[in-house]
Write a protein that binds this ligand. Structure first.
Ligand code: CTP
Ligand code: CA
Length: 229
C-alpha cells in the first residue's frame, strides 16, 4: 500500500514507536550524543496515525514538530527511553525501535558544571553500557501477538556483508523484523530518503531499493500488519 493512502487498516491497534538520538549527560550542560534526526521514527508515527492506529511516539531530543494525532512522550537518555518503552510495552500491539539509543553513558554525573583547572589537568570519563531496550522487550513479549521491529545501520566489514551482520543482529535481539540501512559511504543520516533491506525471522529479505522515509514507513506497517494476521 502506498504511503499516505487514507485506508484506516491499522484501526484498533496501538503502536509504540521510538525516534531520535539519546543524550547521556556528563554534567548539566554537556552530553554524549549522536546525530540521529528522528525523521524515520516520526514518519512511522505519522503514517500509522494516518492509517488509523493509536500511536505513542517516544521521542529523544528531536526538533521535529509533533505529528498530528500522535501522543508524543519526550525523553533524554537511553535509561529514560528504556523506562518509557518497557513501561508501555504491555499495551502495544507493535513496538518499532527507530531511535538511536546511546550504547554507553558516563559512569558518573557531575551535579555542577565541570570546570577547567589552572594546571591543565584533564578529567577522565569512565563509560558504562546502557540497557538494551529492543532485546529486553523482544525477550519479555509483554503482550500476545505483539510484533517487534528493530533498525540497524551497518557498513559491513572485512569479514561480513551488511546482510550477514543484520541477520546476526536480528538473532541476537530476538525481534520479528529488522530494517537494515546500508550506511557505507555516509548515506541515510539526516536525509529524507532511505535505502534498506527488511529481514524477518524466517530469513526472508525484502529489499526497499530507495524511497522516502514515508514510503519506507508504509512498507514497514504493511509487514507488521502481515505478522498480525
Ligand atoms: N537499541 C536498543 N537499545 C540500545 C541500543 C540499541 O533498543 N541500548 C535498538 C535500536 O533502537 C535499534 C536496534 O537496537 O532498533 C539496533 O541498534 P544498533 O545500534 O544497530 O545495535 P547494537 O546492539 O547497539 O549494536 P552495535 O554495536 O552495532 O551498535
Ligand atoms: Ca548501538
Amino acid at each position: 500500500r502506498a504511503a499516505g493512502q487514507s485506508v484506516a487498516d491499522l484501526t484498533g491497534k496501538h503502536v509504540l514507536v521510538s525516534a531520535g538520538g539519546t543524550r547521556e549527560h556528563l554534567d548539566p550542560v554537556r552530553y554524549l550524543g549522536n546525530s540521529s534526526s528522528g525523521k524515520q521514527g516520526y514518519a512511522l508515527a505519522r503514517i500509522a496515525a494516518a492509517r488509523g492506529a493509536k500511536v505513542t511516539l517516544v521521542a529523544a531530543n528531536s526538533e521535529l514538530p509533533d505529528p498530528a494525532g500522535v501522543q508524543v512522550v519526550p525523553v533524554v537518555s537511553t535509561r529514560d527511553l528504556y523506562d518509557e518503552i518497557t513501561g508501555r510495552a504491555a499495551d502495544a500491539d507493535a513496538i518499532v525501535m527507530a531511535a538511536a539509543p546511546a550504547d554507553f553513558r558516563p559512569a558518573d554525573f557531575a551535579e555542577h558544571k565541570i570546570k577547567k583547572t589552572a594546571d591543565g589537568a584533564v578529567p577522565a570519563v569512565n563509560l558504562i553500557q546502557t540497557p538494551d531496550i529492543l532485546k529486553t522487550v523482544s525477550h519479555d513479549r509483554a503482550r500476545p501477538g505483539q510484533v517487534i521491529v528493530g533498525f540497524a545501520a551497518e557498513t559491513g566489514d572485512a569479514e561480513h556483508t551488511v546482510l550477514e551482520l543484520g541477520r546476526a543482529k536480528l538473532e541476537r535481539k530476538g525481534c520479528d523484523l529488522l530494517v537494515i540501512n546500508d550506511v557505507s559511504g555516509g548515506k541515510v543520516f539526516g536525509s529524507d530518503v532511505n535505502e534498506a533491506v527488511i529481514i524477518d525471522r524466517n530469513g526472508t529479505a525484502l529489499p526497499f531499493p530507495s524511497g522516502s522515509k514515508d514510503a519506507l514507513a508504509g512498507v514497514i506497517w504493511n509487514l507488521v500488519a502481515t505478522h498480525w494476521h
